[in-house]
Design a protein around this ligand. Structure first.
Ligand code: 8X3
Length: 250
């Protein structure tokens, strides 16, 4: 059987790293991108199977994305799965107090980088008439909450992009899946609030989803037969009914 290749962005931690582990267990060869070289190397050593290519660069710099794409064209040509995982939230101020630099980092990482990498990969998938693009959306891509407008706007953009992709790729045998998790305990909240204490408070008294929960869902979507496209999945922890509606034990 042909060895499959998957590219995962933001693979150095959290959902990206967990997805890399599960895809390796399924026999995938992997191209892993991330900013933290040591973390990527550590992950690569822990993987059970397959060939692993590491690419350490900053998604905030379009020139580095371009360099990565042209430098790895031979791999992109044979890519079966692209997991656009890299993304983050920064800050939770109300809009009149929001930090422009936080907004730019979210827009550049969650939207622009995702678009640029997908654009680089698409012609090869279209030429081969096969492929699967998995985007990391969020419940924030469907609903908005106070202090989260810009993060929510980026995830709404990811959802709109996923829908447009499905339409523009119709008839080309390429699947597009938008994964939409609620609260997941990764470095997400620590990065958002720049504080471990504030991050811990987010998950206090409730059981959030884990990176592995989401990775399992991603891998399940990928493992469906080629004629089955899981378009979107919303995944909340049982203790969360909606954005901002969480049950906590006393
Ligand atoms: C993360 C989910 O509810 O913190 O994408 O926006 S939420």
């Amino acid at each position: 059987m042909k060895q499959k290749w998957a590219l995962i962005t933001g693979a150095s931690s959290g959902i990206g790293a967990a997805t890399a582990k599960k895809l390796a267990e399924h026999g995938f060869n992997l191209i892993l991108t991330g900013r933290r070289k040591d973390r990527l190397e550590e992950l690569a050593h822990s993987l059970k199977a397959g060939e692993v290519v590491l690419a350490n660069f900053d998604l905030l710099k379009p020139s580095e994305i371009e360099k990565f794409c042209t430098g790895h064209e031979a791999y992109l040509k044979k890519l079966d799965v692209l997991v656009n995982n890299a993304g983050l939230a920064k800050g939770s101020e109300l809009l009149d107090q929001g930090q422009l630099k936080d907004w730019d980092v979210m827009l550049d990482t969650n939207v622009r980088a995702l678009l640029h990498i997908t654009r680089a990969v698409l012609p090869f998938m279209v030429a081969r008439q096969e492929g699967h693009i998995v985007n990391m959306g969020s419940v924030a891509g469907r609903w908005v909450y106070p202090g989260g407008a810009i993060y929510c706007a980026t995830k709404h953009a990811v959802r709109a992009f996923s829908e447009g992709l499905r339409m523009d790729l119709l008839g080309k045998n390429i699947r597009v899946t938008n994964i939409e998790p609620g609260m997941v305990n990764t470095e997400f909240s620590k990065v958002r609030f720049d504080s471990q204490a504030k991050a811990d408070a987010v998950y206090e008294g409730m059981t959030p989803l884990s990176a592995e929960d989401i990775a399992e869902t991603i891998v399940w979507s990928i493992a469906r037969p080629a004629h089955v496209n899981i378009q979107e999945i919303i995944i909340y922890p049982t203790a969360q009914a909606h954005v901002g509606m969480v049950h906590r034990s006393k």
